[in-house]
Design a protein around this ligand. Structure first.
Ligand SMILES: *[C@@H]1O[C@H](CO)[C@@H](O)[C@H](O)[C@H]1NC(C)=O
Ligand SMILES: *[C@@H]1O[C@H](CO)[C@@H](O)[C@H](O)[C@H]1NC(C)=O
Ligand SMILES: *[C@@H]1O[C@H](CO)[C@@H](O)[C@H](O)[C@H]1NC(C)=O
Ligand SMILES: *[C@@H]1O[C@H](CO)[C@@H](O)[C@H](O)[C@H]1NC(C)=O
Ligand SMILES: *[C@@H]1O[C@H](CO)[C@@H](O)[C@H](O)[C@H]1NC(C)=O
Ligand SMILES: *[C@@H]1O[C@H](CO)[C@@H](O)[C@H](O)[C@H]1NC(C)=O
Ligand SMILES: *[C@@H]1O[C@H](CO)[C@@H](O)[C@H](O)[C@H]1NC(C)=O
Ligand SMILES: *[C@@H]1O[C@H](CO)[C@@H](O)[C@H](O)[C@H]1NC(C)=O
Ligand SMILES: *[C@@H]1O[C@H](CO)[C@@H](O)[C@H](O)[C@H]1NC(C)=O
Ligand SMILES: *[C@@H]1O[C@H](CO)[C@@H](O)[C@H](O)[C@H]1NC(C)=O
Ligand SMILES: *[C@@H]1O[C@H](CO)[C@@H](O)[C@H](O)[C@H]1NC(C)=O
Ligand SMILES: *[C@@H]1O[C@H](CO)[C@@H](O)[C@H](O)[C@H]1NC(C)=O
Length: 429
């Protein structure tokens, strides 16, 4: 028997325990609000249900997708999330109504580019378990654009916008409509165990199917990516700082691309502290290349431009293994010009300095090891190439050539010739 006083004390104790549990709930999984998105299963648009789930569980919540296919037939702008776990076990399959997407894709914040999906917030943990799939149904786009570069309003698969302190993990991106992912206006984001495959099953081009671009982004880490595509693998662009790429494999595309940058006349942009190590490149054009627009503006973005200023500095590329890379394992070109037209390779004011290419081995189709086509008015400074004796041509001959123009301060190598960019003026040969 308890007196009223002890009963009151017990009640207080129980309440205290209860509030203690509730308070700790914020940090433990069990007490998150959970929204499970159920697919329509009749092929109609699941996007409204996805948006509702994020509205309801977008703040200290959890959004779960079942191991089923969700049809995404309309744009999704999911912004301002706060401490959200996203669990994708099934497939998000994008619709193929080209008329709809061309009319509705959303601006993603750079180069007049557009996107089908914006996702952003603080403390997002997006888990795909190695099989959760984002399928852009891109074949219809590869066939539709007929090779046109930056086809207006062709949508990117996902834009990670305004995102901080977040993790994206175990996701598969297949047949992206255009660029797979952009991380923009974001910082402290880890993206690991990500598989990207955008391969045309017809003869049509997969131009602009970049793996991931970073723009206005700081402290972004890419770990264990595998990218099969037809364009840049991972590409830091305007104001990308402290970007790390590790243990990743790039197949068939261009490799790592710093830039292009310097596309906006008079605008100051930078890429600083880019490190890539322990990466494998199979059948790619390069392993890494830096590209800046020329000093003259010709046309407007996305396909035209030039005259931008700024710098790329502190680039460390190391421990790469190459298989059948097509040309210039490491390349710099400052000749990017309107729609690939011949431009003035000597006019870019964009400054490139402190780049190291170290511990590189494997096979390449042709000499040289590096092609450094730097601008006459802003020469490249401090380029180091070391420990590349393991680079061989397909017939087993060790590679020995280094082509350079306007390179001040080479460390570990001497230039053996000039770049063909200088001779032909168009950066290609
Ligand atoms: C998802 O469902 C398919 C069949 O619908 C099944 O084959 C597959 O094993 C499931 N995957 C997981 C991870 O549960
Ligand atoms: C495609 O989208 C357009 C524009 O939104 C719409 O008018 C048309 O009915 C859609 N077509 C189909 C087959 O759904
Ligand atoms: C384009 O989208 C706008 C806004 O969503 C809509 O009002 C217009 O009818 C659409 N046009 C076509 C051709 O689908
Ligand atoms: C996406 O939604 C956010 C928040 O509502 C808004 O600020 C932003 O303008 C939207 N972006 C686009 C491209 O519609
Ligand atoms: C960089 O981001 C990671 C998350 O990927 C975080 O753990 C780390 O603290 C960040 N570093 C800095 C200097 O903010
Ligand atoms: C990354 O690759 C290096 C070299 O192959 C290896 O030593 C290291 O264990 C790998 N790290 C991870 C986390 O996979
Ligand atoms: C890009 O970085 C430069 C140099 O830090 C800065 O002046 C400029 O404002 C930045 N641009 C944007 C859009 O953040
Ligand atoms: C680049 O790295 C250096 C050395 O770690 C650091 O001092 C500098 O602040 C970094 N730059 C940026 C823009 O974070
Ligand atoms: C690389 O290219 C060769 C020759 O075209 C081809 O046999 C091989 O399958 C390709 N490798 C990959 C991983 O795609
Ligand atoms: C080039 O490297 C040297 C030695 O590391 C350094 O003192 C110098 O500041 C660097 N120059 C530039 C432009 O970064
Ligand atoms: C290997 O190929 C290169 C370039 O094609 C050629 O110059 C060289 O003579 C070849 N070496 C051998 C041993 O066949
Ligand atoms: C570059 O050439 C200079 C002068 O001939 C020579 O002393 C130096 O050893 C060479 N450096 C390399 C890495 O071959």
């Amino acid at each position: 028997m308890s007196s009223p006083n002890t009963a009151l004390l017990s009640l207080v104790a129980v309440l205290l325990l209860f509030f203690t549990l509730v308070e700790s709930a914020g940090s433990t999984e069990e007490y998150r609000k959970v929204c499970t998105v159920r697919p329509c299963r009749d092929g109609s648009d699941d996007a409204p249900a996805v948006l509702r789930a994020f509205e309801e569980c977008g703040n200290h919540g959890r959004v779960e997708f079942l191991n089923e296919t969700y049809h995404i037939e309309s744009i999704m702008n999911i912004s301002g999330l706060n401490d959200v776990a996203i669990d994708l076990k099934g497939t998000l399959l994008w619709g193929t109504n080209i008329t709809y997407w061309l009319n509705n894709s959303m601006p993603m914040g750079y180069q007049n580019q557009s996107t089908a999906w914006i996702l952003g917030g603080d403390r997002i943990s997006f888990q795909g378990h190695g099989y959760g799939t984002i399928d852009g149904n891109g074949q219809v786009w590869y066939d539709f654009i007929k090779g046109a570069s930056n086809y207006p309003r062709r949508p990117h698969a996902i834009t990670v916008y305004g995102t901080t302190n977040s993790v994206f993990e175990g996701l598969r991106f297949v047949q992206s409509q255009m660029w797979t992912m952009t991380v923009i206006h974001s910082s402290n984001v880890l993206l690991q165990d990500i598989y990207v495959s955008s391969i045309s099953n017809s003869s049509t081009s997969t131009v602009n199917t970049d793996g991931c671009d970073t723009i206005y982004a700081n402290n972004i880490t890419f770990h264990r990516w595998e990218v099969h595509n037809g364009d840049d693998g991972i590409s830091p662009k305007a104001n990308s700082t402290n970007i790390l790429v590790t243990n990743s494999t790039f197949i068939g595309g261009a490799g790592l691309a710093l830039g292009s940058i310097g596309q906006y006349k008079g605008v100051f942009e930078t890429i600083e502290n880019f490190t890539a190590r322990d990466c494998v490149f199979i059948n790619t054009t390069h392993s890494a290349y830096l590209k800046t627009w020329t000093g003259e503006q010709v046309g407007y973005p996305p396909n035209g431009g030039g005259g931008g200023i700024g710098y790329i500095k502190n680039v460390l590329l190391s421990a790469f293994t190459l298989f059948n890379v097509r040309q210039f394992p490491m390349s710099i070109t400052q000749c990017i010009n309107f729609a690939g037209a011949a431009g003035n390779c000597s006019s870019s004011l964009f400054a490139i300095s402190n780049l190291s290419f170290l511990d590189i081995k494997g096979t390449v189709q042709q000499e040289p090891i590096v092609s450094l086509q730097c601008s006459a008015v802003a020469p490249c400074v401090n380029i180091t190439v070391e420990d590349v004796s393991g680079l061989k041509l397909l017939n087993g001959t060790r590679m020995r050539q280094y082509d350079c123009d306007n390179t001040l301060g080479t460390l570990g190598f001497n230039c053996t010739g000039h770049t063909c960019g200088m001779a032909s003026g168009d950066g290609t040969c």
